[in-house]
Design a protein around this ligand. Sequence first.
Ligand code: 5PR
Length: 381
Amino acid sequence: MSSTPHRRHAEVSGAGFAGLTASIALARQGWTVRVHERAEVLREQGAGIVLWQNSLRVLDAFGLIDEINEGSMTPPFYETRMQNSIVSDEAMPDIWWRTMTRPFLHSVLANAARREGVEILTGSTVAGATEQGTLWLEDGTEFEADLIIGADGVGSPVRDSLGIEFDRQTSRDGISRFLVPRKKAELQAIEPDTDWDNMIDFWNLEPRVLRVLYTPANENELYIALMAPSDDPDGSAVPIDLELWKSIHPQLAPVLDEAAKVEGKYYGYQTTRLEQWTKGRVALVGDSAHAMCPALAQGGGCAIMNAYTVAQAASESDIAGIPAALVEWERVERPITDRCQDRSQEYANTRGMAYGNQFTGDVNETTLYDPTNSHRHDAVV
Ligand SMILES: Cc1ncc(C(=O)O)c(CO)c1O
């Protein structure tokens, strides 16, 4: 902790997973923190999420694991099927992972941020920031800070106001995501030999590319995601083309019927890579810095892990040294996320997860990283 009387202050743009995680971590290190969320109501619109141990360790460091466990689950297996025959059942006994809904994770983080004294302003639309530490809103209001966190998503106004250059690559596939009731008894009645608590990745590459990712999120809610190429108008349609999806997977009819009732949105896979993640007193984390394809389910995980480490790195510095501490943070922490983006993009481009047994070897590098015991503390990186 700094011995100066000035309490360090951070302004954060975006109250998603990255912004809330950075806010909690900073507040716990004695900072005053104000988060700006452009939405009028603080909530998460997304469907489901898988968290692996890299992000779970951060939640554990915040003392949130009991709360997380109560609203989440670990499916017995990650099952991969090709044309409905099982390719692999991965138990991953050495990896800590949980599935849950995004609204649930968001509420756990938002409540924790409030408990830590973080000020959350909704309906507060950030327009940009300067590298000297001024954040400004669309209405012209300015806020001064020792540290600014741009956690404002793939279209980040903080990033773009600073003129940070990026490269964006799109992949040919994309996905629509839904939260629906589990309907476990009905599914069981249709296909009794299946363990409907498993996460099941139903791939079909022939006669056309259609994939259903079935992820139980808790006792009552199922996260179901439907993947198709963006140039397939029926596969990518939302509300979903119920007859098409039921014709491929009739055993999923009870939950597909539910997904068809939801408005939903189709998202094309893309990867955004930045020239730099920091500028002066500003650091970017989450989709503003490293949006990735979801194949390895690490977009949220990397957001949470990088939000945590940037907060730690800034807290270990004195106020004058923050810009240099951010540069050093990026040097040490970024490569693992770069590699995760590369691997996720490769899987998205090749559809390689269809062949099963994917969660082994180098692919698990991100999962196995412990951000609470960062490489920053090692002598050799
Ligand atoms: C857990 C997960 N895995 C893989 C994908 C994927 O699209 O490859 C998605 C979609 O968001 C997931 O949510």
